[in-house]
Design a protein around this ligand. Structure first.
Ligand code: PLP
Length: 395
């Protein structure tokens, strides 16, 4: 984990008043002494002191040269794609977040940007997937929702040998557990809606750039396209970042316990969590992350959407909702919720089975969470037994 003291003290007291909390500059414009003579701010789409403070904090957390904050994680992804031109290609991880898939296929395909999806956990597929038109490699690590781990340093080396940019979606690990720029990435994106914000109370996104030149290009897109983060939401993310380290430590500890429990339950087929020794790239995760994060996914032996529905509708503490990374535990059924925009066959091929359930482990007592998921899984076993008894009576 990075140093909590450094993080907490990277959040400055207000230089004007000494306020220990960052002030919310809720303003659209700034008074100028003469045209072009101002205090560094002229119009709040271009820049805002509260947003700028957040951008500096996240840039320093990620060890980048600069950052830009956006109205959502998808707006942040959109800004990165706008660095490309018609005819360019992206090589992307194949179980990419469904919203990114939708943006790439339904918006950017129209403008001539193609995406080639490969299993980036296999380096030979990354090398083989590069074409003369490839300009960027797009990773999520861990991925949403199957927690695939890609070797960021090895893929950065491949990208740079081929003159490509590497962009890593670091939403699931957060900079408290993993810093892709230190591993060679050029750009890092976040859905700050998740762990950076941390309280399920806002939608936000951030792009962090390794170099000042890239940061400037992203800042240009931010101002030109205008999908900026509002001052109050910027403040909420700053407030979330203050406790990021503490939360990530607890999320990770509890998630490992839940994952270990799931491995023992007879109704569960596969458990996906990078902290388990059985995880395909556990060793890579150990090298590039300091802990394994708060998301655990699993499939059922009865691999049907109906069985998954029975589980997700029968928990007490895990609330059925899209999103993750908050204080309260959530669960969702990706096939019919977050990943419904991906065609069934493509979804299954990338490992998102019909019964896959994604858990976002919150900050409750872990024993309560294990008990809750246990009773929901037991209800599934009970329902199966009742059904087979009914069948026996029938025949
Ligand atoms: C990995 C990942 N990236 C990006 C996004 C998009 O972020 P937002 O919902 O803030 O637009 C999400 C949303 O779930 C996500 O899980």
């Amino acid at each position: 984990m990075s140093n909590a003291t450094t993080v907490i003290h990277s959040i400055p007291a207000d230089p004007l008043t000494g306020a220990i909390a960052v002030p919310i500059y809720q303003t659209s414009t700034f008074v100028q002494e003469a045209p072009g003579v101002n205090k560094g701010f002229d119009y709040a789409r271009t820049n805002n002191p509260t947003r700028e403070t957040l951008e500096k904090i996240v840039a320093s957390l990620e060890h980048g040269a600069g950052a830009s904050a956006f109205a959502s994680g998808l707006a942040a992804i959109d800004a990165v794609v706008k660095l490309l031109q018609s005819g360019d290609e992206i090589l992307a991880v194949n179980d990419i977040y469904g919203g990114a898939f939708r943006l790439f296929t339904q918006i950017y395909a129209k403008f001539g940007i193609r995406v080639n999806y490969v299993d980036t956990t296999d380096l030979s597929q990354v090398t083989a997937g590069i074409t003369p038109a490839t300009r960027m490699i797009w990773l999520e690590s861990p991925t949403n929702p199957t927690l695939k781990i890609s070797d960021i340093a090895a893929i950065a080396a491949i990208a740079h040998r081929n003159n490509l940019l590497l962009c890593v979606d670091n939403t699931f690990a957060s900079p408290a557990l993993q810093r892709p720029i230190d591993l060679g990435a050029d750009l890092v994106v976040h859905s700050a809606t998740k762990y950076l914000g941390g309280h399920s109370d806002l939608i936000a996104g951030i792009v962090v750039s390794k170099t000042a030149a890239l940061a400037e290009q992203i800042r240009f897109v931010q101002n030109a396209s205008g999908a900026i983060l509002a001052p109050h939401d910027s403040w909420l993310v700053i407030r979330g970042v203050e406790t990021l380290h503490l939360r990530m430590e607890r999320h990770s500890k509890s998630a490992l316990e839940v994952a270990r429990f799931l491995q023992t339950h007879p109704a569960v087929d596969r458990v996906y969590y990078p902290g388990l020794r059985s995880h395909h790239n556990h060793e890579v995760a150990r090298q590039q992350q300091s802990a394994f994060g708060g998301v655990v996914s699993f499939t059922l032996k009865d691999d049907t959407a109906a069985a998954a529905k029975q589980v997700v509708c029968n928990t007490q503490y895990f609330k059925l909702a899209e999103s993750l990374g908050g204080v309260k535990s959530l669960l969702c059924h990706p096939a019919t919720m977050t990943h419904k925009s991906i065609p069934d066959e493509t979804r299954r091929a990338s490992g998102v089975a019909d019964s896959l359930i994604r858990l976002s482990i919150g900050l409750e007592e872990v024993a309560d969470l294990v008990g809750d998921i246990a009773q929901a899984l037991d209800s599934l076993t009970a329902a199966t037994e009742t059904a087979s008894q009914t069948e026996n009576i029938h025949f």
